[in-house]
Write a protein that binds this ligand. Structure first.
Ligand code: ADP
Ligand code: MG
Length: 320
């Protein structure tokens, strides 16, 4: 039974929730939960591509680099390299967690041939407006004093996070396409579960037919949409830490959105109900996916992934 191709995007919170310390144990425990979801999708008959956010992790890598420079004079790497590191880090953890679950259920190599992570690059425009106005949250949450201190010391830019506290913001250019699209397709068509486009992909620009990494972090929801649309996926499933998208979110008259036509989604998006950098890009990814021919985009809580897929939870965007 082939239900089709699904692209699943895990939020950064799928590895380290706000209440976790972010220990190695936290990472494995959370990855095992993510792997259980992937396993259920395989059992339902989907071919699966997995992608994930990297906001907290890429920020941490940047911070480790800063500390290494400060105390040991180790030259810091650039943000694109930090992005590639985060793809390896999270890809490895997911890859092993999914592999172990498949072996446990006797699905490897009978149903799934293997699990593989690809380091992927995502093409962006050199003149993307976000380079002038950084909008993407990365790294840990700080209180106002700490944020002001770090801003002074390193020239980082901080903005208040909708979930409280202050976080560093970096440019988040709009993704155009994944450079390694064909490799992802060949692998998934041959029965592999592919983990790709982690953190939206490493942002690169093209000049005279040459690629160069650029300082920025692509929104993983928008990256996931590019991948899903380009590969003609049937479903784009975006998993996060809120049960669905709301109108008037955070206000007493907040209203959960369940089934939306793409037309309704566009209307609410344009009315500004979804915050930029968090729910905004998820809805935009859903809209773009359906407008590109996708049949169903789902935004749901990590713990309600399968219910949402079946129409019993989450926000679902469809053609119409
Ligand atoms: P992820 O790491 O999964 O991408 P984000 O923080 O980027 O998580 O996005 C999820 C967050 O979006 C929720 O925790 C919520 O605070 C915020 N949010 C902003 N606007 C809305 C809205 N209209 N409906 C629901 N959640 C919203
Ligand atoms: Mg996000």
């Amino acid at each position: 039974m082939d239900r089709g191709l699904i692209v699943v995007a895990f939020g950064g919170n799928a590895f380290q929730s706000k209440t976790d310390k972010g220990t190695v144990d936290d990472y494995w425990r959370n990855a095992n939960l993510a792997a259980e979801i992937i396993l259920k999708l395989v059992e339902e008959g989907y071919r699966v591509i997995v992608t994930h956010g990297n906001g907290p992790q890429v920020g941490l890598i940047a911070e480790w680099m800063t500390l290494g420079f400060k105390y040991k004079s180790i030259p810091p790497m650039s943000l694109d390299i930090a992005g590639a590191m985060s793809q390896g880090w999270l890809g490895y953890i997911l890859q092993q967690a999914i592999y172990n679950k498949l072996v446990e259920k006797n699905l490897l190599p009978s149903r799934v041939k293997g699990v593989v992570t690809l380091i992927t690059q995502t093409l962006v425009r050199k003149d993307d407006p976000d380079f002038q106005n950084p909008s993407k949250y990365i790294g840990p949450w700080y209180d106002k004093n700490e944020a002001e201190k770090l801003a002074l010391e390193y020239g980082w830019i901080f903005k208040p996070d909708p979930r409280g506290g202050f976080r560093r913001v970096v440019p988040s250019p709009d993704p155009i396409t994944q450079i390694e699209l064909n490799a992802v397709k060949i692998l998934v068509d041959n029965g592999f579960i592919v983990i790709a486009d982690g953190g939206g992909g490493v942002p690169v620009i093209r000049d005279n037919n040459k690629l160069t990494g650029i300082e920025g972090v692509i929104d993983k929801d928008l990256g996931a949409e590019r991948l899903a649309s380009a590969l003609g996926a049937d479903v784009l499933l975006i998993l996060t830490d809120v049960d669905c998208a709301y109108l008037n979110y955070g206000k007493p008259d907040a209203k959960p959105l369940r089934e939306l036509s793409v037309k309704e989604a566009i209307k609410y998006y344009e009315e500004g109900h979804f915050k930029p950098g968090s729910m905004g890009p998820k809805i935009l990814a859903g809209i773009r996916f359906v407008l590109s021919g996708g049949k169903l985009a789902v935004i749901a809580h990590l713990k309600q992934a399968i219910e949402a897929l079946h129409g019993e939870a989450g926000t679902r965007i469809r053609p119409g």
